[in-house]
Every structure is written in C-alpha cells, then in structure tokens.
Design a protein around this ligand. Structure first.
Ligand code: NAD
Length: 355
C-alpha cells in the first residue's frame, strides 16, 4: 500500500478546528482509495510563539521539507499583534513560504451551483465561473530590497528576474494545458519596467505552448473585468502584489471566503491552505466553514500525491453536501436545509466519500 508523509500545521484561531475536519475527510478517502497517510504535526505562528518564543521554529522548516506535502490551517490573532514585526505570526508565515521555496500560489475560484446566490454579483454573471489565479509568491515588492522607512521617506523595491518570471509563467501555461488553454497575464507594463520584462518573458514562454492563447491585461483593468465579467478568464498569471489583490477579488466573486482553497508550490515541497485567516472572531464556536481546508486537502492529493481519483471523490462529496442543503453558519442564508457545525460538516463530507 502506498504511504505518504504529510506535515500538518494547525496554527491559531479556527486553524485547529478546520484542519481536524480535513484530516477526517483525508482518512475516509485514503481508506477508500487504498493508500495511507502518516501525519506529523508542527508548530507555527502564535501557537509556536507560546511554546518556543519563535513564530517559525527550525523543526517546522526541516520537518515540512522532509514530508511529501504540508496541510496548513491559518495563523495570527490579537494576542500577538503588538509584538515586534520580526516576532509576529505573519512574519513567520512569510519566512516559511520563502524557506519552502513555494513560488507559485494557485487559487481556484469555482462557483458551486448551489451557492450562486451567495455571491454579491448577479447569478447570470457568475454561473459557470472557473478561474485559476496563479500568483507569484516569493518575489516582487514584498521581498525586494532595498526597503526602508526612516520616518520621513519610505520605499520598497519591486524586482523580478527573468528566471523568476519564467518559472511562474511555465506553471501557468502547464495548468492552462489541462484546462481551457487560455492564459491572461496581468501587469502594469504601461508604467513599470519590471512589468515590461514580465510581459516580454510571458510572450517568450507562449512560443513553447502554441495551443495556449496568451493575452495581457493591465492590473487596474483586470480588477474591473473580474467583477464585470469573470467568465472571460481561465488562468490568470500575475506577480505577488497584484495577485494578492486580484485573488481576493476573485474569491468574493464566488461567495464565502470559507470556500476557497489554495496551493503554494515550488521545486522542494508544497503547502496547501485555505485562503482565509485564523478568524479569531469565530474561533472555538464550532461555526467555521471547513470546506476551504477540505478542498485544499483535495488539491494536495491532486497536485502533490498524484491521487486524482481521491481528489475527485472529495470534490463530489463537497458538492453533494451542499446540494443536500447542509450549510455552516456563514452560508446559512443560502438555501440551507440544515445549518451544521464545523465538525458535523466534516462528518457529512467524510460519509459522502463513498456514496
Ligand atoms: P480572516 O480571513 O481570518 O477573517 C475575515 C472574516 O471572514 C471574519 O469575519 C471571519 O470570521 C470570516 N471567516 C474567515 N474564515 C472563515 C471560515 N472558514 N468560515 C466562516 N467564516 C470565516 O481575516 P482577518 O480577520 O483579517 O484576520 C484574522 C487573523 O488572521 C489576523 O491575525 C491575520 O493576520 C491572520 N491571517 C492569516 C492568514 C494565514 O494564515 N494565511 C491569512 C490572512 C489573515
């Protein structure tokens, strides 16, 4: 029987609650598909600060690098908000992503038919939306040096090298080949030199993928188009800061933030996590929606472990749970037949795996 080593980081706030439900579903699907998963838990964020005094302990880095993939909840909370920046949970997360070399953040935004009314956009605008946002994650202005704030003048540096653009571009084109074969590269090439290099490099990569249609869009227009007509997009590829903003816009097209998974992949390992944060306002109440994390676990099976059948089974079980009217509190207003807790939603999806 195939066995995979999975590192688990539950984190803070609702992190432990939602990751537990994803593990429940992973156990059900691995049993039914004939492979086994061995979990090892590591600390990060506030949970790590409380125990070790550091937001990112060394054992977490080495442990995750040795595993086949990492499932992560979320970090952060008021308790640690007043710490110096280098001690903050969020700094731990940025350093973690950098240490893991996960340069590509994949965020699918798909509409569940049962939840078309949960979006703030009209049903006819969003029905059938299926977008994959591919965001560069460890370069660009968030990491560029020099950076400074002397109290009078402050600056950051947006920098990309050609190899950095090539590796994220190739990821986007490879994904497009398995989808609708359209890549929209988003930049600000009318103003920024770094965006011109981005655009030129995307054009060069496109020559290796003649079946894929490449288009370019300025980021301000892309923000508008995502809300005006999201169905026009298949794969969107963009840099770190633009992707940060656009992927959140794409997420609200879909409805609840509690539905959206993500994968952060690189050459060494991959991290799978919901796009939302640790939601301290609802932590411990049993009302968090675990679907984003369960769907992140499905992405892990698909992209890191090659267990596509198992991933498909999770997708179907989630759809069936929604179709049958089960909703966590965040979605209670949208055709709920029964409002269930975080743990009950995990049970229902796990039970539907083989139905
Ligand atoms: P958030 O995503 O945690 O919460 C925003 C809103 O969405 C809240 O009202 C919350 O209750 C709701 N929400 C989030 N996930 C939900 C779920 N699964 N089910 C139902 N409702 C859900 O963002 P925030 O409030 O801005 O940040 C809270 C903390 O999380 C901060 O400390 C922030 O730094 C941290 N954060 C962490 C990550 C991460 O770990 N990747 C990402 C973003 C924010």
């Amino acid at each position: 029987m195939k066995n995979y080593n999975i590192s688990i980081i539950k984190g803070d706030g609702i992190g432990p609650e939602i990751v537990d439900e994803a593990i429940k579903v992973l156990d059900a699907v691995s049993y039914s598909c004939g492979f086994s998963l061995e979990y090892k838990e590591y600390l990060m964020g506030g949970a790590a600060l409380d125990v070790t005094g550091e937001p990112l302990p060394k054992e977490t880095i080495t442990g995750v690098l040795q595993s086949d993939a990492c499932l992560f909840g979320a970090i952060g909370g008021e308790k640690w908000d007043t710490l110096p920046r280098d001690k903050r949970p969020e700094t731990g997360l940025l350093n973690f992503r950098e240490a893991m070399g996960v340069y590509a953040n994949l965020r699918p935004a798909i509409i569940y038919d049962e939840l078309v009314n949960a979006s703030t956009l009209k049903p006819e605008v969003i029905e059938g939306v299926d977008i994959m946002v591919v965001r560069e994650l460890i370069g660009g202005i968030y990491f560029g040096k020099p950076r400074e704030n002397d109290g009078f003048k402050a600056f950051n540096t947006m920098v990309y090298t050609k190899p950095e653009i090539e590796r994220i571009g190739k990821q986007a084109f490879e994904l497009a080949m398995k989808r609708d074969k359209r890549v929209c590269s988003v930049d600000k090439a009318n103003v920024l030199e770094v965006s011109q290099l981005w655009r030129d490099t995307m054009e060069e990569i496109a020559r290796d993928y003649p079946e894929v249609e490449l288009s370019h869009m300025y980021v301000d227009n892309a923000a508008m188009q995502l809300v005006r007509n999201p169905k026009q997009f298949d794969v969107i590829v963009t840099g770190n800061i633009f992707g940060d903003i656009l992927s959140d816009t794409a997420s609200m097209v879909v409805g609840s933030i509690g539905l959206l998974p993500s994968a952060s992949t690189g050459d060494k390992t991959a991290i799978y996590e919901p796009i939302h944060g640790s939601a301290p306002d609802i932590a411990g109440q049993g009302i968090a929606n675990p679907i984003a994390t369960i769907e992140s676990a499905a992405m892990m099976l698909r992209y890191s472990l090659g267990e596509s059948l198992a991933a498909d089974k999770i997708d179907s079980a989630i759809k069936k749970a929604l179709k049958d009217g089960y909703r966590t509190k965040d979605l209670a207003a949208y055709d709920a037949k029964e409002v269930v807790t975080t743990s009950e939603m995990g049970d229902i999806i796990a039970n539907y795996i083989n139905k």
